[in-house]
Design a protein around this ligand. Structure first.
Ligand code: GGG
Length: 354
């Protein structure tokens, strides 16, 4: 008997509903064609429309609700009517932290059909970015005083814990160990930030001793941006803080050829909670409803979800079909093509059937 997975579908805002709906079509087609697993998506309407109606982004029992599922597929968050810090903290960050989805994994690879602007021997890049996803600069701590006065002050406190750093660095070493090149770069800013970032350096040196087969180096985040552009081939796996990797992963996706294809997994490596999969891109409200949103980042996120659930063959098949479609030039306008979102969906579904 094949395994049946229950997936929470949270399309969210902007183009989120378009790319999530596209992905559900493709994954359902894959499940039906292969017949090796079953998958059911349940729509959950959290997002800015829900906020406008209920005064909150998530339902009161959101975490209990999510724990009933094997995984979640998320679209995007952000709406011009609501300040970004309200929507991000109301939706995504209100899930990642409490569910302890502490490992944000972002593979970055140049695809057929995308053009890497860098001059590399392979014509592209193949990196794995690991972002600490539960603390650091996005701990939500700090405050404002003397609001509106010329001497108004605001603090944004980054909280780093030994357990939080140790677990993400260990996860990153394990990730690097599973890749052919087995190399990890630990990114910090430990010259100017002399507390939390120095703790990162110390813990990295200590955890590294458990991985003698993984080579590693450390790099300041500013220098890392230069290295990504000038020495892309010296990079394999990168780990860093919530803020640093939020920025570096957008840069990496752009260097690989497009942010529209970049996937992201919010993982609880202990598997006590369901993990959440989402494209790296945001809500892109300038193209809402035009039918041209690139669904590839969400397709790839769904492939990562299938791997996480244990459906490695199905995931590999989905990735091959996506790559074949991109190689055939069936691309949305952000990649220089003229296909619609549905055109890409139909092409990937046809590939699945072959
Ligand atoms: N699909 C991802 C999305 O909507 N991202 C919006 C965003 O601003 N994310 C920030 C983050 O990933 O921390």
């Amino acid at each position: 008997m094949s395994t049946s997975y229950q997936i929470a579908s949270i399309p969210g805002d902007g183009i989120g509903p378009e790319v999530v709906s596209a992905t559900i079509q493709v994954v359902e087609k894959l499940a039906k064609t292969l017949g090796t697993f079953q998958i059911n998506f349940t729509h959950i309407p959290w997002g800015t429309n829900y906020y406008k109606e209920h005064g909150r982004y998530l339902s009161e029992d959101a975490l209990t609700t999510l724990r009933k599922y094997d995984a979640g597929l998320f679209g995007a968050v952000g709406d011009p009517d609501v300040p970004d810090h309200i929507s991000l903290w109301g939706l995504l960050l209100a899930i990642r932290g409490p569910l302890q989805l502490y490992a944000n994994v972002r593979p970055v690879r140049t695809f057929p059909g995308t053009k890497c602007p860098l001059n590399t021997a392979t014509g592209g890049i193949d990196w794995m970015l690991v972002r600490e996803n539960s603390e650091g600069e996005y701990s939500g701590q700090g405050g404002r005083s003397h609001v509106g006065q010329p001497w108004e002050a605001a603090t944004e406190v980054a909280i780093f814990t030994r357990v939080g750093i140790e677990r993400i660095i260990r996860f990153a070493f394990e990730t690097a160990q599973s890749r052919p090149r087995k190399h990890l770069t630990v990114v910090t800013k430990s010259n100017s930030m002399r507390n939390g970032m120095v703790l990162w350096d110390e813990i990295a040196a200590s955890v590294a001793k458990d991985f003698p087969d993984v080579t590693w180096d450390k790099m300041l985040v500013d220098a890392m941006t230069v290295r990504m552009v000038w020495k892309p081939e010296s990079i394999d796996t990168i780990v860093g803080t919530n803020l640093h990797m939020d920025i570096l992963s957008d840069l990496a996706a752009a260097l690989a050829g497009s942010i529209g294809i970049a996937p992201s997994s919010n993982l609880d490596p202990t598997r006590k909670n369901p993990s959440l999969f989402e494209p790296v891109h945001g809500s892109a409200f300038d193209i809402i409803g035009k039918g041209i949103a690139n669904p590839v980042g969400t397709f790839w996120s769904a492939a990562e979800m299938l791997t996480w659930l244990g459906e490695k063959d199905a995931s590999a098949k989905l990735m091959q079909c996506i790559e074949n479609v991109c190689a055939a030039g069936i691309l949305t306008p952000d990649l220089g093509g003229s296909s619609s979102t549905q055109g890409v969906v139909d092409a990937v579904c046809s590939e699945i059937e072959k």
